[in-house]
Design a protein around this ligand. Structure first.
Ligand SMILES: O=C(O)CCC(=O)C(=O)O
Length: 379
């Protein structure tokens, strides 16, 4: 090796010193890296162990084995509160919008499934004989016999012209006051859940003067058939109006009460104007208030089968006439192809001690639930 000048030696010595310092810095740095990777490995190990123990359901062991270091909150700043508020509002808005979109999607999917069922039923019923329903007299138990045997009967002239007109005005005004034609968010206190909601409403009625008068008149006109069919101690469980406007579509055939051996609820639909053939009259399949018909209906998946090929009858009735039916009877509202609104005022009585699976959801305002028996209304 060739030796240099003193200044060169100093420079070499300095250079060696620098190299040594830099080596020692690298060693220190390697140490830090080594410590960091050890720390990361440890952290990974703790996470893995935690996940494994958690998966094994050993949360208690985790709590003991890996007690976290005491939490030391950082000082609270005004911006933190604002940021949290922003996050909360953002989450609420996004969540709310998401929920609304998903509920609307669900409603559309349900309506589409119903429309599909109606198509299948209509096809299955295309060969069935159809007639308009004939009235029977109220006297001599004829109506009662018919409702027992067929599940449905027509009774004429149960509501006067004056009371029908007054009820009709009352229903129109109530629908208007509740923005029925414009809003999709109908209050459950005022509206029932009806099949095929387009241009169709199930309006729960308050016990206002026109309603009291109409109900009183109807039950008095039908005193005999109601008392013999339902019993005087039957409870008023529905009080409402079914409104189907032009453009409302046909509902699926359905019973209002899933089959029970014993009759429970009887419903009376009263026309507030003449119901012509094109105004969406109620379609009834007489003789379906029994086990056999319900078995056939279920076996045909409510879309076909012999029960839907039976003769059916349409409630083409005049203003003030009624159809009274056992709520197990298969029926549906049909499409209103006319330019006129069709309104049916309706009420239901539940036989005392009978089983009514729909008790909690029946179409009656809360304040009227359990309030009146048939005897009260006849008094
Ligand atoms: O509108 C009708 O004639 C019948 C309605 C009906 O059966 C229903 O909404 O469940």
């Amino acid at each position: 090796m060739r030796a240099g000048t003193p200044s060169t030696r100093v420079a070499v010595a300095r250079a060696r010193g620098a190299t040594a310092r830099s080596r020692s810095r690298r060693v220190v740095a390697r140490g830090v890296v080594a410590r960091e990777s050890t720390t990361r490995a440890l952290a990974r190990g703790v996470v893995l162990a935690h996940q494994t123990l958690f998966a094994l359901g050993a949360q208690d062991a985790v709590a003991v084995a890996a007690t976290p270091a005491a939490y030391a909150p950082s000082p609270y700043a005004a911006e933190d509160g604002l940021a949290q508020l922003f996050v909360c509002v953002f989450v609420l808005v996004v969540g709310g919008v998401g929920m609304k979109v998903s509920l609307e999607g669900e409603t559309e999917a349900r309506e589409a499934a119903l429309a599909d069922k109606v198509r299948a039923q209509t096809k299955a019923m295309s060969e069935a004989t159809s007639t308009t329903m004939e009235a029977v007299g109220e006297e001599g138990g004829e109506a009662r016999g018919a409702v027992e045997a067929r599940g449905v009967v027509r009774v004429n002239d149960v509501l006067s012209e004056e009371a029908s007109a007054e009820m009709s005005r009352y229903v129109d005004e109530t629908l208007r006051a509740n923005d029925a034609g414009t809003t999709r968010d109908l209050s459950m206190e005022t509206f029932g859940n009806v099949y095929c909601k387009k241009n169709r409403w199930d309006l729960k009625l308050a016990y206002d003067a026109p309603v009291r008068r109409a109900l009183g008149e109807c039950v008095r006109s039908m005193r005999e058939v109601l008392t013999t069919t339902c019993g005087e101690d039957a409870e008023l469980v529905e009080l409402a109006a079914l409104v189907s406007d032009p453009g409302s579509t046909r509902q699926p055939v359905h019973p209002d009460t899933a089959y029970r051996r014993d009759p429970s609820v009887f419903t009376c639909f009263v026309a507030l104007q003449d119901v012509e053939r094109d105004m969406g009259p109620t379609l009834f399949i007489p003789g379906t208030n029994n086990a056999q018909a319900h078995v056939e209906f279920r076996e045909g998946r409510e879309r076909g089968g012999p029960v839907l090929q039976r003769p059916y009858e349409l409630g083409v009735i005049s203003r003030g006439d009624a159809t009274l039916f056992d709520s197990r009877t298969l029926h549906c509202g049909t499409e209103n192809e006319s330019a006129r609104r069709r309104v049916l005022f309706y009420f239901s009585f539940q036989r005392s001690q009978s089983e009514n699976p729909n008790a909690a959801i029946s179409t009656i305002r809360t304040e009227l639930r359990g309030k009146y028996t048939l005897a009260d209304l006849l008094a």
